[in-house]
Design a protein around this ligand. Structure first.
Ligand SMILES: Nc1nc2c(c(=O)[nH]1)N[C@H]1C(S)=C(S)[C@@H](COP(=O)(O)OP(=O)(O)OC[C@H]3O[C@@H](n4cnc5c(=O)[nH]c(N)nc54)[C@H](O)[C@@H]3O)O[C@H]1N2
Ligand SMILES: Nc1nc2c(c(=O)[nH]1)N[C@H]1C(S)=C(S)[C@@H](COP(=O)(O)OP(=O)(O)OC[C@H]3O[C@@H](n4cnc5c(=O)[nH]c(N)nc54)[C@H](O)[C@@H]3O)O[C@H]1N2
Ligand SMILES: [Mo]
Length: 782
């Protein structure tokens, strides 16, 4: 009998045989299911699974300490009792000798759907009970937005969770101006799971009503179906928005009443816009010069925007670049000048086409969550500063108006994320990961991060344990009964942490005396007791398989603020939209000033680097998987070209380099190189190439941090630099490269092969000679 479950990319039922998923059917109610479901069959028993606890041979031999053998070493298999003992002792050693701050437990990553077995919630709860850990703030998704938008519009979460709903857009919007497009490939996903995908249908209905879509994107296919396509030089959207704003300001089309009543600092911004102080008016001609678009088109569009009910939306990708703070801030400013913020179907949007969430009705009530205690360590880093932190302990850095110091990290703990997927400049990351004493990784799969760990903890997948999940913009809470037995010796992270906690003397506090199954019931019952409507008992919910929850409908972003700004002030210093922020101005940052502004990116076709690396690579989100997850799956594998990640290139650029479809190319710059498989495609702007993230890192020489990646991970190329001193967000979506045919014999792709894991010799000698576990009896269990 097929059983239902939930992934970040959708609700499905699965057929299971011999411990693995064999077929997947999307939920009947999902009009536009994500193709990523096709990656699930065969994933539970794949050879890339970690079959049992393991420890890096060099770490076992030499004890904790810096090592440049990470990623190139063999492993030794351990039993679970040995693993628990070894890891508990190492945590104890680090805490006793260096303090809790020496543990980096940020553990960024998407892990899997499931409210209880959520890896970050588990690892954070566990580390808090041990006295805390150095944490991370914000996300790779929204690093710049997460800092700038609360300062200028008083929130960032609500921009998505309480965004104008698709139904309102369909009914009211005349002109949907999308910077970064409206990529449906991305709307497959929602954190925590999603049971329906309405975006495609909404766009169809909008067009049927006569609504027009204008897309600014280097890729034509960022909008599915008809649209007006403008392909600016990547990274120049802020200049285009300024050009549009200039027309509004100089042709009397800016809504002065809205700017006076609902905003602060427009006058300061207007001086910049008109070039009053710097002598550079940001005219359409000025914007055209930078972006490669036509000044006439920019002028005409500005007039149309002022004449119609217009929604300006900025995709999340536009802030994943150097100076990424500017695009959402300028998008908001442009919408404010149009004066339509808070009107149905008009105003500002952020992330339509980035995630399923924007446009979906929010739940009226919170979802069950695993309670978290306080973190007694105050030290944190902006999440994308991980290599900086490891390479520069004790050094100061700027962040959001504060001067912070990087801690001295001895132990890195990762559960539920893959830095070799998400972080920039992998060569630098590998040097950084060589610094700590110990790296611990929990994962179901032998990802590159697991291969770089000292202590490897095999986790179950979401389909090998009971759980439930849902997300804040989806009406269903979904039961996720285990579809299969845990593979080999894998265990859910809760069990691993329970045993570690027990050994470290905080077992009772961690488990509160509950099994995982009892926690599911407890969290459900605590949650349901706080609701103002009746829900079935836990047993009934579990038997039903899903529970429909009430949602709000018909939302328009900031409608309440527009209706009564005094009753609903924004959470900004002025209570208004801050087109000029006195706080940001007071920080005196050269790379983020008091109002939105155009800054030249470092990686862009207009700069001097483009002479050496003349192609602009978009390292965007993959169509064929979620990040690096299930790169082993059929959909992801079918997309590969000669086993490599596909790189899309315009016919003229391909011809210039003598490339044909199916060629394998070396993609390179001064930071690194990877192989990729050529797909020639006229939907890509000339001088732009597109290589999605997520191919598992596969060094030709695992001992060399700067090795060629033979599989196509673009993060060997990207620059590890923050968006600005304000947010220090991830800027990895853009990088300049050159591409040439790879003439040498093709190296095999080994990314999905497990490393060598030696079965331990019967003699306990190597374990006994190690420092940290000398006082224990680990050897007796072998
Ligand atoms: N160049 C470039 N880089 C980028 C981006 C970009 O645009 N360009 N985008 C960035 C963005 S927006 C993001 S969000 C990040 C994503 O980066 P990540 O979220 O780190 O990527 P994932 O591949 O989702 O990693 C999740 C890991 O959790 C593991 N996992 C799944 N379930 C469990 C579980 O139950 N327990 C444990 N312990 N592990 C589990 C999976 O096997 C996988 O290895 O990448 C960022 N990196
Ligand atoms: N299938 C799939 N969907 C996903 C994910 C996934 O891994 N796979 N990841 C999810 C996550 S965690 C996140 S945070 C979101 C991210 O959502 P986004 O950041 O919006 O996603 P991207 O695909 O990186 O970028 C969207 C499009 O923006 C365009 N773009 C890039 N740079 C520029 C530019 O400078 N100017 C203009 N005008 N356009 C530009 C690109 O053509 C790109 O296709 O996606 C989510 N959705
Ligand atoms: Mo993300």
């Amino acid at each position: 009998m097929p059983r239902s479950s939930l992934a970040h990319w959708g609700l499905f039922s699965a057929e299971v045989a011999e411990g693995d998923i064999t077929a997947v059917t999307p939920a009947a109610g999902d009009a536009d299911p994500s193709p990523l479901l096709g990656n699930l069959p065969g994933s539970l028993r794949h050879r890339a699974r970690i079959t049992g606890p393991a420890v890096r041979a060099g770490w076992l031999r030499d004890g904790p300490g810096p090592s440049d053998r990470r990623g190139a070493d063999e492993f030794v298999a351990l039993t679970w009792p040995e693993l628990t003992e070894l890891l508990a002792d190492e945590l104890r050693r680090v805490i006793d000798d260096h303090g809790n701050e020496a543990i980096y437990g940020g553990s960024y990553g998407w892990a899997s759907a499931g409210r209880f077995h959520h890896a970050q919630s588990q690892v954070h709860r566990f580390l808090k009970l041990l006295g805390g850990y150095t944490s991370s703030r914000h996300s790779y998704s929204l690093g710049a937005t997460g800092v700038i938008m609360p300062r200028v519009v008083g929130t960032h979460d609500d921009l998505f969770k309480r965004s104008t709903s698709w139904d309102v857009i369909v009914e009211h919007t005349d002109l949907l101006v999308a910077f970064g497009g409206l990529a449906l490939k991305n709307t497959g996903i929602n954190h925590g799971g999603t049971s329906a995908h309405p975006a495609r249908d909404a766009l169809r209905r909008l067009r049927d009503r006569g609504g027009r879509i204008v897309s600014f994107s280097p890729l034509r296919d960022d909008v599915d179906g008809e649209c007006e396509w403008h392909a600016p030089v990547p990274g120049t959207d802020v200049a285009v928005m300024l050009g549009l704003a200039h027309v509004l300001a100089t042709e009397g089309l800016a809504d002065r009443r809205f700017l006076d009543e609902y905003c602060t600092g427009y006058d300061r911004f207007e001086r910049y816009l008109l070039g009053t102080d710097d002598g550079v008016p940001k005219t359409p001609a000025w914007a055209a010069e930078i972006s490669g678009l036509s000044a006439t088109d920019i002028t005409a569009l500005a007039r149309r925007m002022a004449a119609a009910r217009t929604l300006v939306t900025v995709s999340w990708s536009l802030q994943r670049i150097r100076h990424g703070e500017q695009a959402p801030w300028m998008g908001l400013t442009l919408a404010a000048m149009l004066g339509q913020i808070g009107l149905p179907g008009a105003g500002f949007g952020h992330g339509y086409g980035s995630m399923n969430e924007p446009g979906l009705p929010p739940l009226r009530h919170p979802l069950p969550v695993l309670p978290q205690g306080p973190n007694r360590v105050q030290t944190f880093i902006p999440v994308a500063a991980v290599s900086d932190m490891l390479l520069h302990p004790g050094e100061p850095f700027d962040y959001n108006g504060r001067r912070l110091t990087y801690p001295d990290i001895r132990l890195v703990y990762w559960a539920g994320g893959n830095p070799f997927h998400h972080h920039q400049n992998i060569g630098r990351l590998r040097r950084a990961l060589a610094r700590p004493d110990t790296i611990v990784v929990h994962d179901p799969y032998w990802t590159a991060m697991a291969k770089h760990a000292d202590i490897v903890v095999p986790s179950t997948t979401a389909y090998e344990r009971d759980d439930y999940s849902g997300s804040k913009n989806d009406p269903l809470l979904v039961a996720m009964p285990a579809l299969a037995e845990p593979h080999a010796q894998s265990r859910d992270d809760y069990t691993t942490f329970s045993e570690l906690a027990e050994r470290l003397g905080v077992g009772e506090q961690f488990t509160e005396g509950r099994t995982a199954r009892q926690w599911l019931r407890h969290l459900y019952e605590t949650w349901s007791a706080g609701l103002d409507f009746a829900v079935p008992t836990f047993d009934q919910f579990w038997a039903d398989g899903q529970l429909r929850l009430p949602t709000e409908s018909g939302l328009t972003l900031l409608a309440d603020y527009r209706a009564d700004p005094r009753a609903h002030p924004l959470h900004t210093p002025s209570g208004r939209i801050e087109i000029f922020s006195a706080d940001i101005d007071s920080f005196d940052y050269a790379d983020c000033v008091g109002h939105p502004a155009w800054f030249e990116p470092t990686e862009w076709l207009g700069g001097h680097r483009a002479r050496d690396y003349p192609l602009h690579l978009l390292a965007n989100q993959p169509t064929s998987r979620l990040h690096s997850q299930l790169d082993i799956g059929a959909v992801s594998q079918d997309s590969k070209v000669a086993g490599r990640e596909p790189i899309r290139i315009h016919p003229s650029d391909a011809a210039e380099r003598g490339l044909t479809d199916g060629d394998v190319v070396r993609v390179f710059n001064d930071r690194g190189a990877c192989l990729a498989g050529v797909v020639i495609d006229a939907r890509v702007r000339p001088r732009v190439v597109q290589l999605a993230t997520g191919a598992w890192y596969d060094p030709l020489d695992p001992g060399d941090p700067d090795s060629l990646c033979v599989h196509g991970n673009p993060n060997v190329l990207t620059d590890d630099v923050g968006t600005s001193s304000l947010a220090r967000g991830c800027s990895g979506a853009h990088v300049l490269v050159e591409v040439q045919r790879y003439e040498q014999p093709l190296p095999p792709v080994r990314a999905h092969e497990p490393p060598v894991v030696r079965q331990p010799r019967p003699s306990p000698a190597p374990l006994d000679s190690r420092g940290p576990i000398r006082s224990t009896n680990a050897s007796t269990t072998r």
